[in-house]
Design a protein. Structure first.
Length: 202
């Protein structure tokens, strides 16, 4: 349930200021929790996980008719902010989401043990990332349909400095398309479109 998941995650954080507040409204038959309606609101001024600090956290979610609807999830850190929403339909085995971030990406990923792909990158400006899409968890196979846009300001990769990088991308679980990739260095600019599919790369 929403409440238990929220509690499990909160146990991994420290709270330098006041503890977050979690409000829950429940209606329905306790014997049939999957048919119950639950509304939850989570708010926190400051939450810290490792060296990463979340500020002004606000999350609102509802469980009803076997659907989990996260109407908003927002917070900021020392560099930028995050805003997202999501929906999970249990009966249809599908989910959809939309996110926008200008967070301190490396610090956030490191705090959750996900920073390895960015280990060789140092950002001098907050990266802007927008991702949206849907996922089908059908019995036959995993079917994502994801699109997004990234815009990196000044950054270094393995000590090599770059001015910026922008790209649009999409992924359907088998094929990946990177469109209008632009990477600038003081010596010039690279522009490319990339397509990766089973037994095919262009």
């Amino acid at each position: 349930m929403i409440a238990q998941r929220a509690v499990n995650e909160l146990q991994k954080f420290r709270f330098p200021a006041t503890r977050p507040s979690l409000q829950i409204k429940f209606s329905g038959d306790v014997a049939e929790l999957e048919k119950a309606r639950v509304e939850a609101t989570l708010r926190g001024d400051r939450l810290q996980r490792g060296s990463y600090e979340i500020r002004d956290l606000s999350v609102a979610a509802e469980w009803n008719n076997q659907q989990l609807n996260v109407t908003h999830c927002e917070w900021s850190d020392g560099i930028g902010s995050f805003a997202g929403r999501a929906n999970w339909n249990v009966q249809a085995s599908s989910a959809s989401f939309q996110t926008r971030s200008s967070l301190d990406l490396k610090a956030f990923l490191d705090a959750f043990g996900l920073g390895e792909p960015f280990a060789s990158i140092e950002f001098q400006a907050p990266p802007a990332v927008e991702v949206s899409g849907s996922v089908n968890f059908g019995s036959d196979r995993f079917r994502p349909d994801i699109i997004g846009h990234v815009a990196f300001g000044r950054f270094t990769y393995k000590k090599v400095p770059f001015s910026d990088l922008t790209a649009d991308f999409s992924w359907d679980g088998e094929r990946t398309l990177v469109r209008d990739l632009r990477l600038r260095h003081q010596s010039g600019q690279v522009r490319a479109d990339l397509f990766d599919a089973p037994a095919d790369f262009a």
